[in-house]
Design a protein around this ligand. Structure first.
Ligand SMILES: NC(=O)c1ccc[n+]([C@@H]2O[C@H](COP(=O)([O-])OP(=O)(O)OC[C@H]3O[C@@H](n4cnc5c(N)ncnc54)[C@H](O)[C@@H]3O)[C@@H](O)[C@H]2O)c1
Length: 319
């Protein structure tokens, strides 16, 4: 059983913890790096039994490095890299770990006639300590469950591959591809909602001159309230990073195309923009810090027009 990982970034590296001997295909990495066992060409990937796709799906129409779009503008995820990879893959089974809008797996299965499943990924880039009862941010091998979406026979074959590596003690949940894609977006918008709720309450507490931290700890004494994602970080309000804004936008746009306006989800984004100061046209995120969501930089309007901003860490940066 030989596996290939296509796209060796954050998620791809996590997948290699499940399949340490996997071929890796990523045009941007140095395949001679110490931790790479084998240099993989497309032919080597296509000789494998399974390919796991972990390539980016950034928002279309939004510069990935600039999040201050108009509050009423919602963008869709760019699935073109996933599609390009699927177009050349010839492995008997393909698993998409990249987050893709509902309906994408079925569309690509139909277009390319290949056996494709989608599985939501639960790693994350929060940057803080995560206790073991929560999904490990870096190691999917330590996650307690796996969701596999696709045709029942494809899911079953995928199940047989993963259970041999991840073990029988995990829960394996099989469903349709569209259900699995929805589960992933429901998860990330849930997290975004929790962060937004916490930030709203921080502002309410501030308006009364009360400590949010004390109010939060008191609130959390009720066992019905979940602790995760309820902290409000000083100088880093709201949510950001590579996934939550992108996936929130993506599901709002996808639902809109289905004829449903997800107004409640839109209000999460609008509130977040307020918390982040993104309604202020002079505020952008530093493109060099952005993937790790570290620094908000000030950008004078005349410079914004020229595409420059000033970051405390990186100085003058373009975006
Ligand atoms: N980072 C997370 O915590 C996380 C969690 C869950 C889901 N996801 C999803 O997983 C996907 C990947 O995210 P990531 O954070 O690993 O991204 P990343 O930017 O860290 O890694 C993506 C990798 O894909 C490579 N790549 C780009 N085009 C390629 C191509 N044509 N062929 C092969 N490789 C190519 C890039 O060089 C890069 O190394 C996204 O859809 C994201 O939404 C990410």
């Amino acid at each position: 059983m030989q596996t290939a990982i296509v796209g060796y970034g954050y998620v791809g590296k996590g997948m290699r913890k499940i399949f340490p001997g996997a071929f890796v295909y990523d045009p941007k990495i140095n395949c001679n790096a110490k931790n790479m066992q084998k240099k993989a060409a497309k032919e080597a990937v296509n000789a494998c039994d399974l390919a796991i796709i972990c390539v980016p799906t950034p928002p279309i129409g939004m510069n990935e490095q600039k999040i201050n779009v108009d509050c009423n503008t919602f963008l869709r995820a760019d699935t073109s890299v996933v599609e390009e990879v699927i177009s050349w893959l010839k492995t008997p089974l393909i698993l998409v770990k990249s987050t893709i809008p509902p309906g994408t797996t079925d569309r690509l299965k139909q277009k390319y006639g290949k056996r494709i499943c989608f599985s939501p990924e639960y790693m994350g880039e929060g940057g803080y300590y995560t206790p073991p009862q929560y999904p490990s941010p870096t190691d999917p091998m330590r996650h307690g469950w796996m969701i596999i979406g696709g045709d029942p026979k494809d899911c079953d074959d995928m199940y047989d591959i993963f259970i041999q590596r991840m073990g029988p003690a995990k829960v394996y949940f099989k469903c349709s591809a569209i259900e699995a894609e929805l589960i992933k977006h429901m998860e990330n918008t849930w997290i975004a909602m929790k962060v937004t709720f916490a930030n709203e309450w921080k502002n309410i507490c501030d308006s009364f001159g009360a400590s949010y931290n004390t109010v939060r700890e008191g609130w959390l004494l009720d066992p019905r309230v979940e602790r995760m994602h309820t902290a409000v970080f000083r100088n880093k309000p709201g949510f950001g990073g590579k996934c939550l804004p992108k996936d929130l936008h993506s599901i709002i746009t996808a639902s809109g195309k289905q004829g449903y306006e997800a107004d409640m989800l839109k209000s999460i984004w609008q509130a977040n923009q307020k918390f982040r100061g993104a309604d202020d046209p002079g505020t952008v995120l530093c493109p060099k810090c952005f993937p790790h969501d570290k620094t908000i930089v000030t950008c004078p309007e005349e410079e914004a027009n020229n595409g420059y901003a000033y970051c405390e860490i990186h100085g003058k940066v373009s975006w």
